[in-house]
Design a protein around this ligand. Structure first.
Ligand SMILES: *[C@@H]1O[C@H](CO)[C@@H](O)[C@H](O)[C@H]1NC(C)=O
Ligand SMILES: *[C@@H]1O[C@H](CO)[C@@H](O)[C@H](O)[C@H]1NC(C)=O
Ligand SMILES: *[C@@H]1O[C@H](CO)[C@@H](O)[C@H](O)[C@H]1NC(C)=O
Ligand SMILES: *[C@@H]1O[C@H](CO)[C@@H](O)[C@H](O)[C@H]1NC(C)=O
Length: 364
């Protein structure tokens, strides 16, 4: 009898404790905003506003699984890594910078996060320069907003907001893909080591600039096994991954990881997460079943061998079960892949993400 009458109270207490913890975690949400820089892996619609660019994804079948089923400019059937990162941090996915109306209250918009990523962008400004917002331009736009924030809120408040926010970088694939498909004379003149060397020195300039503009929490997503994307497989007679492209990508990734490590010792109030998308994605490619995939080679949307001859266009073939493909089109992952990758970025550990994961970075 006694124990029976006690139970409702215990349940109530458990409920109250749970509710309290939930409430406290919400109050403790430490990341006020996310700012995204990069290429088509993170573009949420900036290129739609670039009249001169043909690197767009604002037509079907892109967006077929996005809420509303409409193409948004994301190079995906649904959401991409920028969306999932924001989601995991409990934030709305930030809007494309170029979608912000000129007459809006810039300070209010900026405080909630902005996505500057643009399809085609590279670490080197020369990469597809006439097709996208170059990385320098992306940071110029951020810099203008930062100045506005300092003017409107005062330096201390602006600095506090920015230093708690997360800065995500997803960039580097285009420089490498353009290099491997360039003329052989260019490849003879510039070795892969020299290419990676100039990418890393350029990245150092960009990351130091962002640090000087207040960023203290940085996520960097490595380029991963880009030699395994359908376009690269299609270009080999055997349909295998391009070992050379993967090797250049791995050199770039280890250069980025060393650069971040050095920056951390130079600026010790900076923290970062490096995501080794190579180790993660290779596991999906090597054991598809374990991760819910059945096709790791072909693009879900496209035409020709491996659906990799052209981009995802309205006339392209569209696969039926989008969740079972690793790749959406000849270059980009599906929403299913982006969701899984972000999960590991957020709560995974070494060797996938280091020295800390995104959750730990957010909690600092
Ligand atoms: C490679 O270098 C040679 C000699 O400097 C130059 O004439 C040529 O234009 C270069 N080729 C490319 C593609 O940069
Ligand atoms: C791969 O692409 C290059 C440059 O576009 C081309 O010259 C080469 O023939 C292609 N190789 C195969 C096997 O398709
Ligand atoms: C990423 O993972 C791969 C495979 O596990 C490894 O060979 C490579 O060294 C790692 N790269 C970095 C920068 O940690
Ligand atoms: C973040 O950076 C600070 C300053 O260097 C350091 O004391 C702290 O240990 C770092 N946090 C983590 C989780 O690495």
């Amino acid at each position: 009898m006694a124990s029976k009458s006690l139970r409702p109270h215990t349940e109530l207490l458990v409920f109250a404790v749970c509710y309290c913890i939930l409430f406290m975690t919400q109050v403790k949400a430490k990341v006020p905003a996310i700012y995204v820089f990069g290429d088509s892996l993170a573009d949420v619609g900036n290129n739609d506003y670039l009249e001169f660019s043909f690197l767009k994804a604002n037509f079907p079948h892109n967006g077929v699984d996005y809420p509303g089923g409409k193409a948004t400019g994301r190079f995906s059937n649904g959401k991409n890594c920028a969306d999932f990162l924001a989601e995991r941090l409990g934030l709305p996915s930030p809007p494309p910078y170029l979608s912000i109306p000129a007459n809006s209250n810039i300070t209010q918009v900026f405080l909630k996060g902005v996505n500057f990523a643009s399809g085609g962008a590279g670490v080197l400004d020369s990469t597809r320069a006439d097709q996208c917002l170059k990385l320098t331009k992306q940071i110029d736009y951020y810099s203008t907003m930062y100045t506005d924030l300092v003017e409107k809120l005062g330096f201390i408040q602006a600095r506090d907001h920015i230093s708690m926010s997360i800065f995500a970088f997803i960039i580097g694939s285009n420089d490498i893909l353009d290099y491997v498909k360039s003329s052989s004379s260019y490849q003879l003149n510039v070795t892969a080591e020299q290419l990676v060397g100039s990418m890393i020195s350029s990245l150092e300039v960009h990351l130091k600039r962002i640090y000087n503009l207040g960023a203290r929490k940085i996520i960097f997503v490595g380029t991963g096994p880009i030699g395994c994307c359908p376009q690269q497989r299609e270009n080999s007679t055997s349909g295998e991954c391009s070992a050379r492209t993967n090797s250049i990508s791995a050199q770039y990734d280890s250069g980025v990881a060393s650069l971040l490590h050095e920056m951390k010792s130079e600026f010790n109030d900076m923290n970062y997460s490096f995501f080794n998308s190579s180790s993660t994605l290779m596991e999906y490619i090597e054991s598809p079943d374990a991760h819910g995939f059945t096709d790791v080679k072909a693009a879900c949307c496209g035409i020709g061998n491996l659906n990799a001859l052209i981009a995802c266009l309205p006339v392209s073939r569209l696969c039926e079960d989008r969740t079972s493909y690793v790749f959406w089109d000849l270059y980009h992952p599906t929403e299913a892949t982006a969701r899984l990758l972000t999960e590991t970025m957020f709560s995974g550990s070494r060797p996938y993400v280091f020295p800390i994961n995104v959750k730990q970075l957010g909690d600092l």
